[in-house]
Design a protein around this ligand. Structure first.
Ligand SMILES: NC(=O)C1=CN([C@@H]2O[C@H](COP(=O)(O)OP(=O)(O)OC[C@H]3O[C@@H](n4cnc5c(N)ncnc54)[C@H](OP(=O)(O)O)[C@@H]3O)[C@@H](O)[C@H]2O)C=CC1
Ligand SMILES: O=C(CO)COP(=O)(O)O
Length: 340
């Protein structure tokens, strides 16, 4: 028997239709997807199989949020960062069934409180397991069912393992990790580096420059991550180095497109007007500078990206500023640095 679970608002009607019909039986695991943009739709499509019941909601969908999350085993948020605080608050006011696992797939930082999305969800639901899902997962490749891997991270291992089981397919390999903050920050911080990488390619700086940029990006991400409580090791995994490589070398990445456009002389407003979906790195760069100032973390690359986005430096000046920094040993600054 086929039961129509819900309708939804999605940029991809085909995916929507696929994800929104599921058979009805007593063993069904129910997933509620909140935020039906490119990533929420892709994750719903990955999870689509006969024994899963999938409901979807976004702020413009006709469904009632309370109906969509009622009794869900997993509530997955793939809302852009700017919507996370308000959506988490709406869900908090409605309440979740005991034991519901919250999965957050947003890669960003809240400009008001500097919190990560998982912290926002955990603060709203202290008694529910929160699992971070993050990895090198360009949604356009995922929906083509090209092979990919991701990480689900939580301090609640059984919850992470349930989510691993739920989303794993023969084209989507899911790993468990016990460092949610590191997993989340890997995906978040690399968006700023993807903007830098787009600039590098847009300026045609060459392969050597790109290799230097990405290699120096990693310790910068690790410095931020370890200051905020993450394990350095996590950044060498899929959600750190993996996502850095994917996003910094693909024109499919919206963040990369932002940097590429800036290097080609477009304004940020023009780029964002033409961009398909969200480039979280624009907001993250701004928030990251505040966080780094607060904790005195050197973030030379991200700082130049932030200046570029603000229009207070040019791509050429940003490159020059990075090249003219004080000379130093290669490994003195994995966890600390003496200038920024
Ligand atoms: N696309 C990708 O390849 C991947 C994206 N991500 C991350 O997933 C998140 C979403 O990205 P993506 O799906 O691509 O972005 P999209 O722009 O395609 O979708 C964003 C979603 O968030 C909703 N939203 C935006 N602002 C608000 C708000 N103020 N209140 C409520 N809802 C809001 C949108 O609703 P509406 O449609 O009504 O505007 C939409 O459902 C980002 O953090 C991104 O970094 C992670 C991995 C891969
Ligand atoms: O996070 C992503 C891939 O892992 C998506 O990157 P963009 O948001 O830059 O498109």
């Amino acid at each position: 028997m086929i039961e129509r679970i819900s309708t939804q608002v999605s940029p991809d009607d085909t995916l929507r239709a696929a994800a929104d019909i599921a058979p009805c039986d007593s063993a069904i695991k129910t997933l509620a997807v909140i935020g039906v943009g490119a990533w929420g739709s892709a994750l719903a499509a990955i999870a689509e199989r006969s024994e899963h019941k999938i409901r979807m909601w976004s702020r413009r969908s006709p469904e009632n949020l309370a109906d969509v999350i009622a009794g869900a085993d997993i509530v997955l948020s793939a809302v852009s960062m700017k919507g996370v605080p308000s959506v988490a608050e709406q869900v908090r006011q409605i309440g979740l069934t005991e034991g519901t696992i919250i999965v957050t797939a947003t890669k960003g930082l809240d400009p008001k409180t500097l919190r990560t999305p998982s912290k926002i969800w955990q603060d709203a639901f202290p008694d529910h397991p929160v699992v971070v899902l993050s990895g090198p997962n360009l949604s356009k490749e995922i929906v083509q069912k090209l092979p990919a891997a991701t990480v689900v991270a939580s301090t609640d291992i059984p919850a992470a393992e349930s989510v691993q089981e739920f989303f794993s397919t023969d084209t989507f390999r899911v790993y468990v990790n016990t460092d949610p903050i590191g997993t989340e920050l890997g995906g978040t911080l690399k968006n700023v580096m993807a903007i830098a990488s787009g600039v590098c390619d847009g300026m045609k700086l060459g392969t050597n420059a790109k290799a230097a940029l990405l290699t120096r990006a990693l310790p910068e991400m690790i410095r931020v991550g370890t200051t905020l409580g993450a394990s350095a090791e996590t950044f060498f995994g899929l959600s750190g180095l993996g996502d850095l490589l994917a996003t910094c070398d693909s024109p499919l990445s919206r963040n990369y497109q932002v940097g590429f456009g800036l290097a080609r002389g477009k304004t940020l407003v023009e780029i964002l007007d033409q961009l398909e979906g969200t480039a979280e790195g624009v907001n993250t760069a701004r928030v990251l500078v505040r966080l780094a100032n607060q904790h005195e973390i050197p973030i030379p690359i991200s700082r130049q990206v932030s200046r570029l986005l603000k229009g207070v430096t040019t791509p050429q000046e940003a490159v020059q500023a990075l090249m003219e920094r004080d000379l130093k040993p290669e490994f003195c600054d994995l966890f600390e640095d003496d200038d920024s």
